[in-house]
Design a protein around this ligand. Sequence first.
Ligand code: ZN
Length: 319
Amino acid sequence: MRTVLAGDLGGTKCRFALISADFGVHGVQHVPTVRERGPFLAALERAIETILSAVPAGLERPTAAGFGTAGVIPRDGRSIEVAPNLPLDGFPLAQHVEARFGLRTTLLNDGRASAWGEFLRGHAAGRDPLLCLFFGTGIGIGLIVDGKPFAGATNAAGEIGHTTFRPGGRRCPCGGLGHFEAYCGGRAITERALAEIGPPPATAASAPSATGWTVGAVVRAAATPGPGQAAAQAILAEAEAAACALVANACTLLNPGAVVLGGGVLSGWPLLQERIVAHVPTATSRPIHRDLQFVPTLGGSDAILWGAAAATCSLWSAG
Ligand SMILES: [Zn+2]
């Protein structure tokens, strides 16, 4: 059976696997995302080597690779032009992987990869247009139109997290001011908690991020009487306002048939999803919300791997 090597390059961790034509996910390898390029690439190469050295019986060795990654990818899918959460700004990653492993390599924005995976295999399979919004370290968006991710003129469409929520407001990881991501992105929420509350309670730091905080820990701090409670509540109130406005804006702009919501912010803070679903009908016109369905996500990383594999056009394409 044919296979593709697929990767999900995330802001805190990366995941690599062999994807088979029956959507099987084999030989998963995890790599923490470190901020220095050299060690990061070395770990990435070790993960790929491990997968290629242990292709399961019955599966062909892959000839192509697809990586979903945060950031803006030029239309040729060869490099990451802007990589706010990875040490790969401007780096020709596709060329690097091809030279090292002989795998024809395609890069795809991870929001789009996720959306494609959801469209191929998820609860929203076949719903077109399909809008996927992922509240992770940053905010990923993917819009599927006519069975494929919508790219825009220069492959930069959909970065709604970097549109303005509060003019002149908080500094976004991208450098802009007042963007949605600076309020409801996971990195922004946890950095804000560190700055405004201080280090997290020891018992709350079950999966420390760079700040020691997780979104779940901020949610617990907001529910726990103490010196950090008011600040945590204020951070979450602003994050909720931003997330609700963002989803309603996206629905009005794009008129999707279904919306998939996902990402680590929502899994750490499930109430936010309920608030968003309740908010959208109050903030959009009837033709937008009348038949709109919110569909559960597949759970993230596998969808990114399937979408990244689809982007290589060698597993599920006719050719
Ligand atoms: Zn931004």
